[in-house]
Write a protein that binds this ligand. Structure first.
Ligand SMILES: [Mn+2]
Length: 300
């Protein structure tokens, strides 16, 4: 199957979520939660992520994680990730309990597409302090894609990780995973970069973004993806392919907010106030822009 048809297949089979001007949605991806090892690139941003997620929880947002939430190429035991980032999983399970959490899988956590894996690893976790098994995301479904239907518009908003248009990461992912696990990870511990990673390869991520944009032009839907780790926010009139970036940037995390029928690209980082005190705060990198303006342009 051709790459773009594959993407359309995912789109057609995706669950649809109705949204309107009262909806508040936060979209993040490529969190790459790891086991706390030196090669856990998320470890340095975990406080930023936790503070951001707290803000979104307290402000009634729905959290949609669009792939590579967990680093399951480098880390084989999901339990090690939960133990290392237990505060984050606790908060995500609160979102889930209130029907405010959706999860999409990417290439690094593709194992989540198997029901057996979810039952074994995501439904419950074992709390070492109380020696009890506690519900985490009981009966969770992890999707390949989701569709946001804004006010019954003919055009929709398609959420997908984006590795579907990336040959190395889609067709031959078991080989790529093998390289990451047994070859690159040991080297990464010594500071050697991994050339198979889309996120670190300029030419490859450009190709992925180009393919995703092609799909948008052909199908006339807004598309929001991750995978490339490169935030992208088109202006009204440009092809509405958006990218939320990642949570493993050197000193910040990036995300896409959908609030009041508008979309914005935001960044959370550690900031300094006038007294020299550190705090975690948000900046708007692009937008907000009305969704209706993008839809109107797609219809032209
Ligand atoms: Mn990815």
């Amino acid at each position: 199957m051709k790459m773009l048809d594959r993407l359309s297949k995912v789109f057609n089979e995706s669950k649809e979520i109705k949204i309107d001007d009262d909806s508040k949605i936060i979209i993040m991806s490529d969190v790459h939660r790891g086991d706390g090892n030196w090669s856990d690139s998320f470890a340095r941003n975990q406080n930023i992520f936790f503070a951001a997620l707290n803000y979104y929880y307290n402000n009634d947002f729905t959290y949609i994680e669009i792939g590579d939430g967990d680093e399951l190429w480098e880390v084989r035991k999901f339990k090690d990730i939960i133990r290392e980032h237990s505060n984050i999983f606790w908060l995500m399970s609160k979102f889930y309990e209130e029907n405010r959490f959706y999860m999409i899988y990417g290439n690094h956590d593709i194992v989540k597409r198997k029901q057996d894996f979810l039952i074994e690893n995501l439904y419950y976790y074992y709390d070492e302090r109380s020696h009890k098994t506690i519900p985490l995301f009981k009966d969770i479904k992890v999707y390949e894609g989701l569709v946001l239907n804004y006010k019954d518009n003919k055009s929709k908003i398609f959420l997908v990780h984006g590795h579907q248009v990336d040959f190395l990461n889609y067709i031959i992912w078991p080989i790529t995973r093998f390289l990451v696990r047994y070859f690159w990870r040991p080297l990464e511990l010594y500071g050697v970069n991994d050339v198979t990673r889309t996120a670190r390869n300029y030419e490859k991520r450009y190709k992925v973004a180009k393919k995703l944009s092609e799909w948008v032009k052909k199908n006339k839907h807004i598309l929001i993806a991750g995978h490339t780790h490169r935030p992208h926010f088109p202006e009204v009139g440009d092809t509405p392919y958006f990218n939320d970036g990642s949570c493993v940037h050197p000193r910040c995390i990036t995300a896409i907010e959908v609030v009041d029928g508008s979309i914005a690209l935001v960044k959370w980082s550690i900031k300094v106030n006038k007294k020299g005190l550190l705090y975690i705060g948000k900046d708007i990198l692009a937008g907000p822009r009305k969704l209706d303006d993008y839809f109107r342009n797609l219809m032209k």
